[in-house]
Ligand binder design. Structure first.
Ligand code: ATP
Ligand code: MG
Length: 423
């Protein structure tokens, strides 16, 4: 019978890989807690309507990328393609937004039916951060400073560029949209098919068209910056001043529009050239209109999402992962000889009394030699060896595995104190 395979674009994560993910996740979580952000967990499935109303009907995601299905009651459900809408839904539903501020984060799988390739999958993972109830540019700055801090911790700062833009308020954007459409309509015969379609549906998206002829046409197009009012400009200028003060370099990119409809004012992306076409590892911005759009009271929001797969790829590409991630034991217990397994259980339990000590007890028997091989493979710094002699003495041999120090014999009751001192 043919073996069943995983679904295209949806990946298994094997132990060799998952330790890299855990390293990244732990680093991100540690940093987020240092900045006072708290975790929120939402379901993976939501009503389809949530995404239609928030992301926008004429975006790539809603038009062609969502995993949508009818459940047994006939309700239209969708595997979440992103987290912001879900987070707003949850925060609103549980009354976290009214008259309060929130700084939230989440982590987990997202689903988009895209063409799978390096850095682009159908099930992928994001760490998302969303802040509610803050109007000023200070929180925009904090989010960017936080991400910059993360790149530093991960050792990838030099390979990431911050691109930033302001999309202005909806009315400012509407005025600009009209001008842009008028301008581009003169060149309908020169626009590619995608852009032509977007001219009627989502003209701003034409700005980030990859088509070179379209890009050339855009050189003389009206600029959004000229349509931004004083308040918008002030917000953006203040944000840039905060970034300057924090020593964070940025590239102003007036073509940066983002694929989702709900953004207003600040938008930004962290981009690398080390991953080929899938170069955006983190993207976000302000979405002051979204909460209201989803039926809540007007609450400002700003956030970002980073792609976990792309970040792990980048860490691998740049070879900046800690060396010892594959190690899964600190101590490996080797027990060879009649009756030694009883003592092995006892010693393993005793050693696990040392906080954070990873103690792997050999399972399944085997010769002394084969057990020692497994001990080496585990990456343990020490083997605790129990033979027939040790049973009688209630002792064990402690053998260093990472250097050529001699092994020593210790009474069982001294093992913990001795090992604690070594770690
Ligand atoms: P792209 O332009 O690469 O399609 P996007 O604008 O659709 O990205 P967002 O919706 O802003 O992406 O999601 C934030 C981040 O999530 C992206 O910057 C990227 O790192 C990651 N991401 C998005 N889609 C995928 C995917 N299909 N596979 C892997 N990572 C993804
Ligand atoms: Mg996309």
């Amino acid at each position: 019978m043919a073996k069943i395979q995983a679904i295209r674009g949806m990946n298994d994560l094997l132990p060799e890989q998952s330790n890299r993910w855990q390293y990244l996740e732990a680093t991100v979580q540690g940093l987020l807690s240092q900045y006072g952000y708290r975790e929120i967990r939402m379901p993976i499935v939501e009503q389809t309507e949530l995404f239609k109303r928030s992301i926008g009907e004429v975006t790539d995601i809603v038009e062609k990328e969502m995993y949508t299905f009818d459940d047994r009651n006939g309700d239209s459900l969708t595997l979440r393609p992103e987290g912001t809408a879900c987070c707003v839904r949850a925060a609103e539903q549980h009354g976290l937004l009214f008259n309060q501020t929130q700084k939230l984060w989440y982590m987990g799988p997202m689903f988009r039916h895209e063409r799978p390739q390096k850095g682009r999958y159908r099930q992928f993972h994001q760490v998302g951060v969303e802040c509610f109830g803050f109007n000023g540019p200070d929180i925009d700055a904090e989010l960017i400073i936080l991400t910059a801090d993360l790149w530093k911790k991960l050792g990838i700062s030099e390979h990431l560029e911050l691109q930033i833009n302001s999309l202005g308020l909806p009315q400012e954007r509407a005025a600009y949209k009209a001008e842009l459409v008028t301008y581009l309509s003169q060149f309908k015969d020169k626009l590619d098919e995608d852009s032509l379609r977007r001219l009627g549906t989502n003209p701003l998206r034409i700005l980030d068209s990859k088509n070179t002829q379209t890009q050339a046409l855009l050189k003389d197009a009206p600029a959004l910056t000229d349509f931004l009012g004083q308040e918008t400009t002030q917000h953006f200028k203040k944000l840039l001043a905060y970034l300057d003060a924090a020593g964070i370099a940025y590239t102003l990119n007036d073509r940066l529009v983002r694929g989702l409809d709900y953004y207003s004012n600040t938008v930004f992306e962290w981009v690398t050239s080390a991953l080929g076409a899938q170069g955006t590892v983190c993207a976000g911005g302000r979405y002051d209109g979204l909460v209201k759009q989803l039926g809540g009271k007007g609450t400002p929001g700003v956030g970002f999402a980073m792609g976990v797969e792309r970040l792990v790829l980048l860490l691998e590409e740049l070879q900046v992962l800690p060396k010892d991630l594959a190690r899964f034991a600190d101590v490996y217990i080797v027990a060879a000889g009649e009756g030694t397994d009883m003592l092995a259980f006892e010693i393993a339990q005793q050693l696990r009394g040392i906080p954070n000590m990873r103690v792997v007890q050999n399972m399944g028997g085997g010769s002394f030699k084969s057990q020692m091989k497994k001990a080496d493979k585990s990456g343990a710094a020490y083997a605790v060896i129990i033979g027939s002699e040790e049973i009688a003495e209630q002792s064990a041999l402690l053998k260093p595995l990472l250097d050529s120090q001699p092994q020593i014999k210790l009474p069982m009751h001294e093992l913990n104190a001795h090992l604690s001192a070594l770690f």
